[in-house]
Design a protein around this ligand. Structure first.
Ligand code: SIN
Ligand code: FE2
Length: 212
């Protein structure tokens, strides 16, 4: 087949409703990281406990009306940070604007997230294959922004055993999944330390969600 419509990283369809927007947030990456730093001064990164007694490999925190927490008894969205007893820091307008723009570029109009989850992956940390389904509203997409070290994102199907596609996500890449892809399985392979030219020693991921 000729490549009249070549697949480019700038806009790479992962499955119906899911798209990688390569480099979409590159220009504002430093500003995003600065906002993460401010947020984590108020709501520090922590490693949540998971069922079975272990802890998540990725450190997490959140901003917005809701944050996602896990305490070993279950996962849920809450309005108060259990670590500080205070509401989560507000979603910076930079986050809101980027999330709305990325969603629109992926074909989802009017996306206004209520929650920004922030994950930090040190080298060696990953996230097992899972579905995002703790949100009560599943009509809205998830907008995911990668910063810092690159990592392989696993993109599967509606069933856990479906074949996964592996895409390397770099600093400034955005993935949006919604519609028929909203509850597809996905995960992150353990991050390897490498030269990224960003000077960062971790991978950061921001996911923007509508919760209820
Ligand atoms: C997530 O699945 O919620 C995080 C994905 C990522 O870190 O890229
Ligand atoms: Fe997820």
């Amino acid at each position: 087949m000729d490549d009249l419509f070549p697949e480019t990283r700038e806009r790479l369809s992962l499955s119906s409703g899911a798209v990688l927007l390569g480099g979409f947030a590159r220009a504002e990456a430093q500003a995003l990281l600065h906002a993460v730093e401010i947020i984590t001064q108020q709501a520090p990164f922590r490693h949540y406990r998971v069922a079975g007694g272990g802890r998540m490999a990725a450190a997490m925190t959140a901003c917005g009306d809701y944050g996602w927490v896990s305490d070993g008894q279950g996962y849920r969205y809450v309005r108060t940070d259990p670590l500080t007893g205070r509401p989560w820091p507000a979603l910076p307008s930079l986050f809101l604007a980027l999330a709305g723009r990325a969603a629109r570029a992926a074909g989802y109009e009017g996306f206004v997230p209520q929650c920004g989850l922030i994950n930090r992956y040190a080298p060696g940390a990953g996230m097992g294959l899972h579905q995002d389904r703790d949100e009560r509203i599943m009509e809205a997409p998830v907008v995911s922004v990668s910063l810092g070290l690159s990592a392989f994102f696993q993109w599967g199907g509606a069933q856990r055993q479906d074949t996964c596609r592996k895409v390397l996500l770099h600093h400034g890449d955005v993935v949006v999944w919604g519609g028929p892809s909203r509850s597809h399985f996905h995960g992150v392979l353990p991050v390897r330390s490498a030269q990224t030219g960003t000077g960062l020693e971790c991978r950061y991921n921001l996911t923007f969600r509508v919760v209820d």
